[in-house]
Design a protein. Structure first.
Length: 242
C-alpha cells in the first residue's frame, strides 16, 4: 500500500484561472502524493499574486503545478514574487518540485530561458528517455531507461541553467526533467501528478488550446495511458527528501 504522508506539511502553488480546475489539480496531487487533505495548503497565485516567503516558510515541501491558461514566456503580476520564492527555497535547501509550467518556471528563475514552440508540443502519452546522469540520481535511478509519460504543453525550456542537471528527454522535446545540482529541487515537463483519466479530464477543459477536435480527444481517451514509472517519481522524491 502507498505510504500515507499524514505528517507532511506541503504547499501547492497553483496558477489556475478557475476554482474548478484548481480543485482538480489539488485532487491529483493528493492522490499521487498521499497527503493529508487538511495539511495541504494551496495558493493560487492567479488570484493571489502577492505571494511571499512567509506564505510558504512553514512547508516541508513546495510544489509548483501547471498552468493551462498562462504561458511562462509572459510576465505576470505574480512572476517576480514567485521567482523570489524559488530562489529562497533553493538557498534554504527546501524540497521543491515543479511540474510542466512549474518545471519551466524554476529553470527560468535560475537564469534559463523558455519559449513557445508548437513544433515541439506534446499532448498525450509520450516516451521519456533517461540521460546518463539520471542513472546516479536518487529519484530517477530506479526508473527504466525509457518510460511512458503524460504531456500537455506548447512551451518548453530552451536554455537550461548551468546549475541544473538534465535527467530526461523525449524525441520531440529535449528538456524533460532536471535537478538543481546538490539541491532537493526537481522539475519535469511531463506530468508526474496525474493519471490517464485525469489527463483526459484536464484536456476537456483546455481542449481548444491543445487539441483540434473532440474526435482527437476521444482517440486519446481510448489509448492506454498508464505510466507506472512516471507515477513513482513524486512519491520517490518525497520519500528521499521530505
Amino acid at each position: 500500500m502507498a505510504k500515507q504522508r499524514s505528517s507532511v506539511r506541503p504547499v501547492l502553488i497553483q496558477v489556475r484561472e478557475t476554482a474548478e480546475i484548481a480543485a482538480h489539480e489539488r485532487t491529483c496531487y493528493l492522490e499521487r502524493c498521499r497527503f493529508d487533505p487538511d495539511r495541504l495548503d494551496c495558493i493560487n497565485i492567479a488570484s493571489s499574486p502577492q505571494i511571499n516567503w512567509s506564505c510558504v516558510e512553514h512547508a516541508d515541501v513546495i510544489l509548483i503545478g501547471g498552468a493551462g491558461a498562462y504561458s511562462v514566456t509572459c510576465t505576470h503580476e505574480f512572476t517576480e514574487p514567485l521567482r523570489e520564492i524559488v530562489r529562497k527555497a533553493i538557498d534554504c535547501d527546501r524540497p521543491l518540485f515543479g511540474n510542466c509550467w512549474g518545471h519551466q518556471f524554476i529553470a527560468q528563475a535560475l537564469g534559463g530561458s523558455a519559449l513557445t514552440d508548437r513544433h515541439t508540443s506534446e499532448v498525450g502519452r509520450f516516451t521519456a528517455f533517461l540521460t546518463d546522469d539520471a542513472k546516479d540520481d536518487p529519484v530517477f535511478s530506479g526508473l527504466a531507461d525509457s518510460f511512458p509519460t503524460l504531456m500537455g504543453h506548447h512551451d518548453r525550456i530552451d536554455q537550461m541553467p548551468a546549475e541544473c542537471i538534465e535527467l530526461a528527454f523525449s524525441e520531440r522535446c529535449r528538456n524533460q526533467a532536471f535537478r538543481v545540482r546538490g539541491k532537493p529541487v526537481y522539475g519535469t515537463q511531463f506530468h508526474t501528478e496525474m493519471n490517464g483519466d485525469q489527463l483526459i479530464e484536464r484536456l476537456r477543459v483546455y481542449r481548444d488550446s491543445y487539441l483540434d477536435s473532440d474526435d482527437e480527444l476521444e482517440a486519446l481517451r481510448r489509448q492506454c495511458l498508464d505510466t507506472p514509472d512516471a507515477d513513482r517519481i513524486l512519491p520517490t522524491f518525497l520519500d528521499t527528501f521530505v
